[in-house]
Write a protein that binds this ligand. Structure first.
Ligand code: NAD
Ligand code: UD1
Length: 338
C-alpha cells in the first residue's frame, strides 16, 4: 500500500516508517521538522535501502495537502504530526488547538476531497486522566481530560468518530499509546528531544550518558508498591508493529475503532532506574523530589481489545526497551546533532 505519514520524521513516526518500508509498503513523509531532524529520514533510508518521497511543510497547509493527494495515489494516512508537550500545552493552548485540532481537521478535509478515507491517528493514554481503577479499558474515558494537550487529542478522536457516523466510507483507527520508550535495535534512530527532556526514559538516559547531573524522582509517597509513579512503558518497535496491524485492519473493516497500545504491565520509576543501572553497569545519580503537578499515581492498559481485533500484542519488556534506548543514547550522545 501507499501510506502517507504526517510527522514521519519524529520519534514514533520514524520507527513506524521503517517498519512500513520493511513490510513492503510505499511511504510518503510530510513533516515541517519543527521537532525532528532530516537525519532521521536519511538513516531510515540507509537502514531499509528504500527510498520514499518527502514533503516539507505544515499539516495546516490545505494547498500543499491537496497537491500531495494529487501527486500520489494514497491508500491510507498515518497521522503523527502534532505538538506533544503537556506542560507547554498549558502555557500555549492556542498553538495546541491550532496544530493538533485545526491541523487534523485540515487533513481530514483534504482526505475526503481526495477520496482517501483510511486513517490511523496517534492518540494518548492521557485522555484517561486521573483514574483509580486499573487496567484502563478503551471505555474508561472520563468527561474531562487532564491538560489542553490531552483535550486536543480527545477532540480529534471525536472529530473522526463524527466523520465515521456521517459517511460510511471512513475507516478510522484511534491508537492510544501508553508510554513509548526504546529505539530501533540498530541504535541508528531513536528519541531526540529538543532541550530538557520532559519524560522519564530520555531524562534518565541523558543522566546515564553524562549530559545531566541527576534524575529527579517526582514523588515517593504515591499509593504504589514503592511509592513512585507506575506506568505502562511500551517499546517503540511494538508500537510500530501495532500500526502495521491497524493499517491491515483498516483494509478489511470500515467505521471507527479505538485501541490501547500498551503492554498491560506497570513499572515504577525505581524499577526503571534499577533496570537502567543493570544495563549500563553503573549507578544512576538520582534524588527524590516533590510530585510533579498533574501526575497520576498509576496508569496501565488493558490491551486485550488490540489482541482480539488487530491480532497485536507487545512482545518486548522493560529490559528490551531500556537496552535499545541506551544503545541509541550511547551511540548518539547528542542525538542526531552528533
Ligand atoms: P515527535 O514530536 O517526535 O513527532 C511529531 C512530528 O510531527 C515531528 O517530526 C514534528 O516535526 C512534526 N510536526 C509537528 N507539527 C507539525 C505540523 N504542524 N506540520 C507538519 N509536521 C509537524 O513526537 P512523537 O513522540 O513521535 O509523537 C507522535 C505522535 O504521537 C504525536 O501526535 C503525539 O502527540 C503522539 N503521542 C506521543 C507519545 C509519546 O510519548 N511520544 C505518547 C502518546 C501519543
Ligand atoms: C507524559 C505525559 C502524557 C504523555 C506521556 C507520553 C504528563 C503529565 N503526561 O506521561 O500526556 O502521553 O508522557 O510518554 O506530562 N518522572 C520522574 N522524573 C522525571 C520524569 C518523569 O520521576 O524526570 C516520573 C513521573 O512522575 C511518572 C513517570 O516518571 O511517574 C513517567 O513520566 P513521563 O515519562 O513524563 O510520562 P507520563 O507522565 O506518564
Amino acid at each position: 500500500m501507499k501510506l502517507l505519514l504526517t510527522g514521519g520524521a519524529g520519534y514514533i513516526g520514524s520507527h513506524v516508517l521503517l517498519s512500513c518500508l520493511e513490510a513492503g509498503h510505499d511511504a510518503i513523509v510530510l513533516d515541517d521538522f519543527s521537532n525532528s531532524s532530516r537525519e532521521a529520514l536519511t538513516r531510515v533510508e540507509a537502514l531499509t535501502g528504500r527510498h520514499f518521497s518527502l514533503y516539507e511543510g505544515d499539516i495546516r497547509d490545505a494547498t500543499m495537502l491537496e497537491q500531495i493527494f494529487k501527486d500520489n495515489k494514497i491508500d491510507a494516512v498515518l497521522h503523527f504530526a502534532g505538538l506533544k508537550a503537556v506542560g507547554e500545552s498549558v502555557q500555549k493552548p492556542l498553538d495546541y488547538y491550532d496544530v493538533n485540532v485545526g491541523g487534523s481537521v485540515t487533513l481530514a478535509k483534504a482526505m475526503a476531497q481526495a477520496g482517501v478515507y483510511r486513517v490511523v491517528f496517534s492518540s494518548t493514554a492521557s485522555v484517561y486522566g486521573d483514574q483509580e481503577k486499573m487496567p484502563l479499558t478503551e471505555e474508561n474515558v472520563p468527561g474531562e481530560a487532564a491538560s489542553p494537550y490531552a483535550r486536543t487529542k480527545r477532540m480529534v478522536e471525536q472529530v473522526f468518530e463524527d466523520l465515521c457516523i456521517s459517511d460510511q466510507r471512513w475507516s478510522v483507527a484511534i491508537l492510544r499509546y501508553f508510554n513509548p520508550v526504546g529505539a530501533h535495535p540498530s541504535g541508528q534512530i531513536g528519541e531526540d528531544p529538543l532541550g530538557e527532556p520532559a519524560n522519564l526514559a530520555p531524562f534518565a538516559m541523558q543522566v546515564a550518558v553524562g549530559r545531566r547531573q541527576s534524575l529527579a524522582v517526582f514523588g515517593d509517597d504515591y499509593p504504589t508498591p514503592d511509592g513512585t509513579g507506575v506506568r505502562d512503558y511500551i517499546h517503540v518497535m511494538d508500537l510500530a508493529e501495532g500500526h502495521l496491524a491497524a493499517v491491515n485492519f483498516l483494509t478489511k473493516n470500515s467505521g471507527f475503532g479505538v485501541w490501547n497500545l500498551g503492554t498491560g504491565r506497570g513499572h515504577s520509576v525505581l524499577d526503571v532506574v534499577r533496570e537502567l543501572e543493570n544495563i549500563t553497569g553503573k549507578p544512576l545519580p538520582k534524588r527524590i523530589a516533590s510530585r510533579r503537578p498533574g501526575d497520576t499515581a498509576q496508569c496501565w492498559a488493558d490491551p486485550s481489545r488490540a489482541a482480539t481485533d488487530l491480532g497485536w500484542k507487545a512482545k518486548r519488556g522493560l529490559s528490551d526497551m531500556l537496552t535499545d534506548h541506551w544503545r541509541w543514547q550511547e551511540q548518539n550522545p547528542k542525538g542526531y546533532n552528533k
